[in-house]
Design a protein around this ligand. Structure first.
Ligand code: ATP
Ligand code: MG
Length: 340
């Protein structure tokens, strides 16, 4: 069996980083027909681990994320889209896995470490936040997922999940592979593994506010492209420019399929004589060609939010059924299936 599980936190609308890091890949995999089951999770419970005081944000972004999914071409007939918090089985699994992980192991997770610093959690980390990699292991294993298409920031989570799976199978498996060990699937294009923000910072992220959202209107995208970080030493058009760390060129690498044209622009820019305004205009065209159909499709669904919620409800019911079968297999292995 080949099974996909992946998802996003409903802490805002989805952006270009999500698109190249995971969404574009998901749609491709979905349409390849190579997977037996595909589960796409809106991770609201995980969002609450750093948004405990602002549940309204999480609630309103459930619909935003679902609309973004439908906009990029995820198809509820092929992919089961569901809401994490409505599946208690996931929290039961999390509780059991907690006994298989040490606090120091959690504290060593480089992504969690970076996020703790970013959120000023150093002096008081919410326990739920520290443990979110365990809940991710529950999410992945609850569906027997073999494949998890995500961006590079998720690599430590996958490693943690694999450790938990091995520990679980060693401890409770009695020679059997009760839980499935998943593989991470990163985008093949290097710049897509971690798309930088408009400001040139390491990662486009909702939290950092350096994003182009999939639902941004065209004039907003144009404005954002104008503010993009380029090469501060490239002052006059005739000056030779640098393309390393130049976000405009990074985005061309991520989004433009005409590599010959991009390479020629890179050479011209480095030689001198090619202005930022021109390159940005080219990039804007590339982005608009991609974003326009996504925006249009999203708009169609926006007019009927009740239908979108009904789709999520059906997906959640289906996902719950699957998680329940895995949970019962886990409880049996752990010898806590007293009344079975
Ligand atoms: P937050 O700031 O709330 O954590 P986020 O922008 O990091 O939001 P997530 O919901 O945490 O988004 O990430 C969802 C998925 O998108 C993950 O698979 C993650 O790897 C991927 N992703 C997010 N940002 C990027 C990026 N800049 N480049 C590549 N992939 C990304
Ligand atoms: Mg994140």
């Amino acid at each position: 069996m080949k099974i996909i599980l992946t998802g996003d936190r409903p802490t805002g609308k989805l952006h270009l980083g999500h698109y190249v890091g995971s969404l574009r890949e998901r749609v491709k995999l979905q349409d390849s027909g190579e997977f037996d089951e595909i589960y796409i999770m809106i991770a609201d419970a995980q969002a609450l681990t750093d948004h405990a005081g602002t549940p309204a944000t999480v609630r309103e972004n459930i619909l935003n994320v679902a609309l973004d999914y439908l906009g990029v071409g995820l198809d509820p007939k092929k992919s089961t889209i569901f809401i994490q918090s409505q599946i208690p089985e996931l929290f039961e699994l999390t509780a059991y896995y907690m006994n298989l992980v040490t606090v120091s192991r959690l504290e060593r997770n480089p992504t969690v470490k970076a996020e703790i610093a970013q959120k000023n959690f150093e002096t008081s980390i919410p326990a739920g936040f520290l443990c979110y990699p365990i809940s991710q292991a529950a999410d992945i294993t609850a569906f027997d997922a073999t494949t998890v298409p995500v961006g590079e920031d998720q690599a430590p989570m996958l490693e943690q999940t694999r450790e938990i799976v091995r520990k679980f199978n060693d401890t409770y498996g009695n020679g059997q592979e009760v839980l499935v060990e998943p593989d991470i699937l990163l985008p093949s294009n290097n710049v897509c593994k971690r798309l930088p923000g408009l400001d040139g910072k390491a990662k486009m992220s909702k939290t950092l506010g350096n994003c182009i959202y999939l639902s941004d209107p065209a004039d907003e995208v144009a404005k954002k492209v104008q503010t993009m970080y380029t090469d501060p030493t490239h002052i006059k058009v005739t000056d030779p420019g640098h393309i390393e760390g130049n976000v405009v060129f990074t985005y061309l690498d991520a989004f433009c399929t005409d590599t010959a044209a991009v390479n020629e622009m890179k050479e011209h820019y480095q030689r001198g004589g090619l202005g930022d305004v021109k390159v940005k205009k080219y990039l804007l065209n590339v982005l608009e060609e991609m974003l326009n159909p996504i925006r249009e499709r999203r708009k169609q669904y926006e007019s009927d939010p009740a239908e979108v919620m009904a789709m999520l409800k059906a997906g959640t019911a289906k996902a719950k059924e699957k998680a329940a079968t895995v949970l019962s297999k886990v409880k049996q292995a752990m010898k806590i299936d007293y009344f079975a």
